[in-house]
Design a protein around this ligand. Structure first.
Ligand code: DQA
Length: 145
């Protein structure tokens, strides 16, 4: 089983960026945690980060026929991007939405998630551990179906 893990804009700044929301660990630390969990689950992962909406759309489209599922933190594009929603709908791959913080308890403009309606689950407010929970939800969902 192969899972595509996508991180959106500014998540390359983890460790520097707003530590009160996102902690002090880096994106490299996060990738290491995800790869360790993937090995324990006996699945392969590709972890990819981009600050660009179209690049993320391309990556989702490229997953068609290659990946079995997508774990995505769309970051700010969660709240703005119909294009990411449409891309996930187009490839019809089981997708889990993850957020380090809980956007629903922050600014009003963070309460909308366009992608959520195309996702089998959302994990939020659990820090980096949320990615591991999301990966488990996704892998077990794919194994059941
Ligand atoms: C985020 C929450 C978003 O509102 C924000 O724009 C991010 C990160 C999170 O992981 O908590 O960039 O997706």
């Amino acid at each position: 089983m192969h899972i595509l893990v996508l991180n959106g804009p500014n998540l390359n700044m983890l460790g520097i960026r707003e530590p009160e929301h996102y902690g002090t660990q880096t994106l490299a630390d996060l990738v290491k945690m995800i790869e360790t969990e993937a090995a324990a689950l006996d699945v392969t992962v590709e972890c990819f980060q981009s600050n660009h909406e179209g690049v993320l759309v391309d990556k989702i489209q490229e997953a068609y026929g290659k990946a079995d599922g997508i774990l995505i933190n769309p970051a700010a594009y969660t709240h703005t991007s119909v294009a990411l929603l449409d891309a996930v709908k187009a490839v019809q791959l089981p997708t889990v939405e993850v957020h380090i913080s809980d956007p629903d308890t922050r600014d009003d403009f963070r309460k909308i998630s366009y992608i959520r309606q195309a996702c089998i689950a959302t994990v939020k407010g659990k820090g980096f551990a949320g990615y591991l929970e999301g990966l488990n939800i996704l892998v077990h969902h794919i194994r059941r179906n």
